[in-house]
Design a protein around this ligand. Structure first.
Ligand SMILES: [Zn+2]
Ligand SMILES: [Zn+2]
Length: 367
């Protein structure tokens, strides 16, 4: 717990008057306008927290009793900003704010399937957006008259109040409530947009999605975002791509992966199989003696590289199925087969790391 009396250079018997005098003196030295150094500003905040507590008889009593932790460091209840406002005015002189403002950017997500991500597509999307009010052409006035100067703030956009405090008279300024800080008032607001100059409307926008996009890619449509208030220019619309999962193809950057099952006999003797790809069924050769977990790369049948005409590969993962549910004849054939291979019951070979499953996994995914 900070020593609040020490920070203000006081002893525990200090009167309210002593506390005020001490804080006034220190605050003038440490005020941000005098000394913007961050370290000094931290000190200023501490001192202000000390004053916040000690100047309030109830908080001071709790602090003296050592229960100060309950106040969250003395900043509870907005004490700090209240004090800042009372002493130094609520913020800088800003002047009237302009009615015309730049519109905000907008973001919409669009789901594409793997096929569209690979080959590109054109999409009609529906966006709800702020658009220019056609009734007043964005000017906000029903009779196209120019806004008149605010009589309350005389066009300054803010009102000032003089407050008495123990620092003497202080001036606080706040945005004018009568004109919301614009300094002018639209006397006959457009009924369509209530003077804002824009309305919300649903628009259909056609988006070209280039070949090779992936989740997280954003397509920027300049000037298709929200129109600005008071007839201001529009922001941009960003279309973010979300790629839908494919039922059996897995994307890994520019490559695609697919798993197929072949019988033990076919893997041993070699075969040609038709594999479904983004380009339709393609023939893939499984060489004689293919082991389970082996991969066959089909060049150029993977994903398109964004902004390039080339494509990655389709990697076919071969899984060899061990025959099961054998009938008597098949069992007999397999026993004969094993005997002719010189296999004996109980034959087993332990493989080293480099030959095992893990190295195959690493090869397949380049990891
Ligand atoms: Zn309007
Ligand atoms: Zn005003």
């Amino acid at each position: 717990m900070a020593d609040y009396y020490g920070l203000l250079g006081l002893d525990h018997g200090a009167s309210q008057d002593d506390i005020k005098k001490a804080y006034r003196k220190i605050a003038r030295e440490l005020h941000p306008d005098v000394n913007p150094d961050p370290e000094v500003q931290n000190k200023f905040k501490e001192v202000t927290a000390a004053y916040d507590t000690l100047s309030d008889p109830q908080k001071r009593q709790q602090y003296d009793m050592g229960a100060q932790g309950g106040f969250g460091g003395g900043f509870g209840g907005g004490g700090f900003s209240d004090i800042m406002d009372a002493f130094f005015g609520g913020g800088q002189n800003r002047g009237p704010r302009p009615r015309m403002r730049q519109g905000q950017d907008a973001l919409i997500r669009v789901e594409v399937d793997l096929n569209e991500a690979c080959f590109g597509t054109e999409r009609e999307i529906s966006v709800e957006n702020a658009v220019t009010c056609t009734k007043c052409s964005g000017q906000g006035s029903a009779d196209s008259s120019a806004p008149a100067m605010c009589q309350v703030c005389k066009g300054r956009g803010e009102t000032q109040q003089v407050q008495r405090s123990f620092l003497g008279q202080v001036m606080t300024s706040r945005p004018c409530g009568s004109c919301q800080g614009y300094g002018s008032v639209i006397q006959n607001p457009c009924r369509e947009c209530a003077g804002d100059g824009r309305v919300r409307a649903r628009q259909n926008i056609s988006v070209k999605i280039p070949p090779g996009v992936e989740t997280g890619n954003r397509i920027q449509l300049a000037g298709r975002g929200e129109v600005g208030a008071g007839g201001g220019p529009a922001g941009d619309l960003y279309v973010e791509i979300v790629e839908a999962e494919h039922p059996f193809l897995i994307r890994d950057g520019h490559n695609l992966h697919v798993a197929i099952e072949v019988s033990f006999a076919a893997a041993s003797l070699g075969t040609r199989v038709m594999v479904e790809s983004l380009d339709g069924p393609i023939e893939v050769e499984v060489r004689p003696g293919t082991q389970s977990g082996a991969t066959v790369a089909v060049r150029g049948k993977g994903m398109t590289r964004l902004r390039a005409a080339t494509r990655g590969d389709l990697i076919v993962h071969v899984e060899v199925q061990t025959p099961h549910k054998l009938n008597r004849e098949q069992e007999e054939l397999l026993r004969k087969f094993a005997t002719s291979r010189g296999e004996k019951p109980g034959d087993v070979k332990v493989k080293g790391h480099e030959q095992g499953f893990f190295s195959k996994f690493r090869d397949a995914f380049g990891r």
